[in-house]
Design a protein around this ligand. Structure first.
Ligand SMILES: [Zn+2]
Length: 459
């Protein structure tokens, strides 16, 4: 045999073939569009846009189909493949049909299926190279629909998705995928990496001053119910504490978010999670402000994780306690009460906590309920006396209130989770919180990739 002649047989030119195929597809699409040139019609811009929307899925789906057929012709015709586990050469068993729906429409493939008798293991190299999902709707759709469902109900998500993309996905599909992604969303992925946090600290730094890093913790009650089978009567609901923290930087003229994390969990779990976040922050590159209300559980862990942090009793929480006493003692909307509140808050601002406590001790309560409110405020101020130094905080550029965590909590927890009638099973509630935190922290890509790597189609 003449080897030179063999060498001259050209490889099939897949690119050129693809180009021709796409030209044909464009022709087919044009056939669907030319109806606008009918003399009797005068389509509006919106009508023309909708015509494109209606027809582009089929056109793009067919283009994608051609692309896969040309680019992966080798994989689709593969007769032998090495086993993943032992490397043994396995012969193709059969071709297996797979329908894959993507953002660009539907494609189908008849891909070869292999089975290693030594390992009792079936596999498809095509699925692995293309990262095909077990589900019909592929990862691109899964990623976008889960992102959407972090903000709207599954039902609404299904409607909006179809309206905007022309792709029909059921609320059940979104719900199921959401739970699958949520169960793979772990703290390690949801909190930004050490490098990423260092980058954000650098962004916030200017001149010789180290930027202030605020760590604000608190709890928010969420409506939960116990896990029960569908057939069982629903268990009694209860309000559980979602404990969380938000870490952010006070940049020169803006707040730079670092990390949010909220879970329905106990105090020890909260402490462990905060420690993970703390370990990713170079603490000597920032000045640290710790913010919280009077709850002991949160201070214990914030002090452990950020021993050099400046402890600041949240001004707004503190003011709320003072208003409460004013209301009880002077009545609602009394001028005298308002003056008392202003005077008391000014004293606290100038660190005259001792004077405020002494003044409270002198107040003559009109009944035992009021007496009790006054007593509670005295205890509260005594417990937190070391953390009240608002004037000094202001001078040093530290924040005095965790407006940040309040709005983050509203954003992360309340909006999606406190919808009327929404009682969360703890696990599902936590999945929702994890995904919402990941989106807010800028780590959703990472979280989704972790999920994807465990859900590529192989048995
Ligand atoms: Zn094998």
């Amino acid at each position: 045999m003449n080897l030179a002649a063999v060498a001259h047989i050209p490889e099939p030119d897949y690119e050129e073939h693809f180009r021709q195929m796409i030209h044909n597809e464009v022709d087919k699409w044009v056939d669907e569009l030319v109806c606008v040139f009918d003399e009797n019609r005068q389509p509006t811009l919106m009508e023309m846009s909708e015509l494109f929307a209606r027809t582009k899925q089929r056109f793009l789906g067919d283009c994608l189909q051609r692309m896969i057929e040309e680019k992966y012709a080798g994989l689709l015709q593969q007769e032998y493949a090495p086993c993943h586990k032992c490397g043994k050469r396995c012969k193709k068993r059969f071709d297996s049909a797979k329908e894959m729906v993507t953002m660009q429409g539907s494609v189908a493939a008849n891909r070869p299926w292999f089975y290693c008798t030594d390992c009792c293991f079936g596999f498809s190299p095509f699925d692995e190279v293309l990262e095909v999902s077990r589900k019909k709707h592929q990862f691109d759709i899964q990623k976008k629909s889960v992102n959407l469902a972090a903000d709207v109900t599954f039902c609404r998500g299904s409607e909006i998705f179809e309206d905007l993309t022309g792709q029909s996905i059921s609320d059940h599909f979104i719900h199921e995928t959401f739970e699958a992604v949520g169960s793979e969303a772990h703290l390690e992925d949801v909190i930004p990496s050490k490098d990423e946090i260092a980058k954000r600290i650098k962004q916030a730094s200017s001149g010789k001053w180290r930027p202030i890093l605020v760590v604000a913790s608190d709890g928010a009650y969420l409506p939960t119910r116990p896990k029960a089978r569908r057939s069982d009567k629903r268990g009694k609901g209860q309000w559980q504490d979602a404990k969380g923290f938000r870490i952010y930087l006070l940049g020169k003229d803006r707040i730079i978010h670092v990390a949010s994390w909220h879970q329905i969990q106990n105090e020890a779990e909260f402490g462990k999670d905060l420690a993970v976040a703390a370990s990713r922050i170079r603490q000597d590159s920032v000045r640290i402000a710790l913010l919280g209300d009077g709850a002991d559980w949160l201070w214990k862990h914030m002090k452990d994780c950020f021993p050099k942090g400046r402890q600041i009793l949240d001004y707004y929480h503190c003011a709320e306690h003072i208003y409460k006493v004013a209301k009880a003692h002077y009545g609602e909307r009394s001028v005298q009460g308002l003056q008392w509140v202003e005077g008391t808050i000014s004293r606290l601002f100038f660190s005259e906590v001792g004077n405020v406590i002494a003044g409270l001790g002198r107040m003559k309560a009109k009944n035992s309920d009021v007496q009790e409110e006054i007593r509670k405020l005295i205890v509260y101020l005594n417990n937190n006396i070391e953390k009240i130094h608002y004037r000094g905080d202001r001078i040093g550029g530290y924040p005095i209130g965790s407006g940040g965590i309040e709005s983050a909590h509203k954003f992360i927890a309340h909006t999606r989770m406190k919808r009327s009638g929404a009682w969360w099973i703890k696990e599902n509630g936590n999945e929702m919180l994890r995904i919402r935190c990941a989106i807010y922290n800028g780590t959703y890509d990472k979280v989704f990739n972790t999920y994807k790597s465990t859900h590529v189609h192989h048995y």
